[in-house]
Ligand binder design. Sequence first.
Ligand code: AMP
Length: 182
Amino acid sequence: MEAARGDSGPHIAELIATHVIDVPGFPQDGIVFKDLSPLFADGPAFREVTDAVVDHYGGAFDVVAGIEARGFLLAAAVAYSTGVGVVPVRKAGKLPRQTHSASYALEYGTATLEVQADAFVAGHRVLVIDDVLATGGTAEATLSLVERAGGTLAGFTVLLELEFLGARHRLADRPVHALLTV
Ligand code: AMP
């Protein structure tokens, strides 16, 4: 069997590969859902993955943004570990006060993400985190939101990237960091 691949090396890639469960047909036919619950539930593994993200950036960010909902988990851990704040990027209608929003196409219909207009200090370097990178639509919308809200992108980290969907190509001018690429 081929060694697991990822931007933080084969050991971290393997750690994620051994803590993900493929769920065919969820949430709909034709999708293989990557369930990373076993990774989040395993204290030492979750800590090791959090540390790998922190090491990758070497302190070169001022705040972390997590994408609803599973992105919140790793984003909060990285923020706590480095002593910076965490900002939620949420689905439409969840955030009070003034927001910026970005809509993007899904396989069926559209989705909208929002961030509070005053979430970022102008020029602060924002590390954006999600669990899975699939088509890249969510990432593209979020990265543009961060910039519209005054942040500067420090990087975009995911635990798992589905390479066959081509998100790296779509995000070609963005600094993508995937801990496991399948
Ligand atoms: P996309 O916009 O197509 O890149 O989809 C990424 C978002 O949808 C992330 O927030 C993921 O949590 C979720 N997602 C998409 N596909 C999957 C999948 N196969 N398994 C788990 N989550 C997924």
